[in-house]
Design a protein around this ligand. Structure first.
Ligand code: ADP
Ligand code: MG
Length: 348
């Protein structure tokens, strides 16, 4: 029996699924979250509520655990770094510092000679007038964006005039890619050149929110190999430990681009719970806790559907077949555009 207690910062659905996966392999979990109603507390062994800058609460949390990981990348670098001085934080805080800032993230990817969308840092509104080359484009906040939040579609410079946003927050303008498809790769790195990689997942977004994921992705072998090799290169370069997701765009000419990196388990990987011998969550825990690396085996094809907003009400009253796996995130409040649960359907 393992005696490790793992600390998880963040108590949403990813924290819930991490805690569940930990339980399966006898790892105890303590969740630390700034949300009193965190759904993950129903799955963890212990729950600590506190603001992310509350030193006393942080100390209480750190004293309870041996290793610390997190379910979202937007924890202030300062906080993670402070915690890392007391107990190991994995993935390393330095990874977060790069990835939580869209500009630093894209610069990092380009330095590896990996293609991203065309992008430019925006410090003030007037700058956009001279940037026809980047239009139509998406103006995105450099920090704290998720599920399309903090993104504005700019078709022409007149769209910019009506924008009422605080540019001092930091933005990037990204040229729109004429999308044919979106895919993601989930990889768990255990050590130098030691990793487990899942096959590419095909993703459908609606209003910039993930709607559906499926395996296999309908892509040719060249794109399959290239996406995998870029994901490996990125995780090696970051000396990453744990599960990481790389989101990709494929344009109409079959060019591959890295869209963004998530230094954590990812929504598109929820289907790995039912479609593989080891899920992205269990693999993350195995890697950060230094447990045995087990070779991945795919068990079936699968499709995952995100349940958003009040769609959840119907699902809560539904009967499911033996090939359908419904996961309710048990969020206190139903909100428009909020991810409330998911359904995975396995198909032979
Ligand atoms: P988030 O951090 O909110 O996930 P993303 O940058 O991944 O932000 O954008 C969310 C979605 O919006 C993408 O998955 C894609 O569907 C669409 N999108 C974002 N940037 C572009 C782009 N440059 N060209 C085309 N579509 C884009
Ligand atoms: Mg994204």
């Amino acid at each position: 029996m393992s005696k490790i207690t793992l600390g998880i910062i963040g108590g949403g659905q990813l924290g819930s699924m991490l805690a569940l996966a930990a339980k399966k392999i006898n790892i105890k979990t303590v969740i630390f979250s700034d949300d009193k109603e965190s759904p993950a507390q129903r799955f963890s062994d212990k729950f600590i509520y506190g603001k992310y800058d509350d030193q006393q609460k942080i100390n209480e949390f750190v004293n309870e655990v041996e290793i610390i990981t997190y379910e979202f990348e937007n924890i202030p670098y300062k906080t993670l770094n402070k915690i890392n001085k007391l107990k190991p934080v994995l993935p390393k805080p330095s990874v977060n510092r790069i990835i939580q800032h869209r500009l630093a993230e894209k610069d990092f990817i380009n330095k590896l000679n990996i293609r991203t969308t065309k992008y430019i840092s925006i410090e003030k509104k007037s700058q956009i007038d001279a940037l026809q080359d980047f239009l139509p484009g998406l103006l995105k906040t450099t920090t704290l964006g998720y599920d399309g939040k903090g993104q504005y579609l700019i078709n022409s410079t007149t769209d910019v005039k009506s924008l009422n946003i605080d540019f001092s927050r930091g933005y990037i303008l990204e040229k729109l890619v004429k999308l044919k498809k979106e895919i993601s790769i989930i990889i768990t790195r255990f050590n130098s050149k030691k990793y487990e990689i899942y096959e590419p997942i095909e993703n459908i977004h609606e209003n910039q929110i993930l709607k559906e994921s499926k395996i296999p992705a309908s892509i040719d072998d060249k794109l399959l190999q290239l996406s995998k090799s870029w994901a490996i290169q990125i995780s090696e370069e970051l000396k990453y430990i744990g599960t990481l997701c790389v989101e990709f765009f494929i344009d109409r000419n079959d060019n591959l681009y890295v869209n963004e990196i998530a230094p954590r388990v990812h929504n598109s990987g929820h289907l790995t719970i039912n479609a593989y011998n080891i899920s992205q969550f269990e693999n993350h825990i195995r890697a950060v806790c230094g447990l045995e690396q087990i070779t991945l085996k795919k068990l079936s094809n699968a499709k995952m559907i995100n349940i958003i907003g009040n769609q959840i009400t119907n699902y809560r009253n539904k009967n499911f077949t033996k090939n359908e796996f419904f996961f309710d995130y048990h969020k206190k409040e139903i909100k428009d555009k909020r991810k409330m649960g998911h359904l995975t359907i396995i198909c032979k």
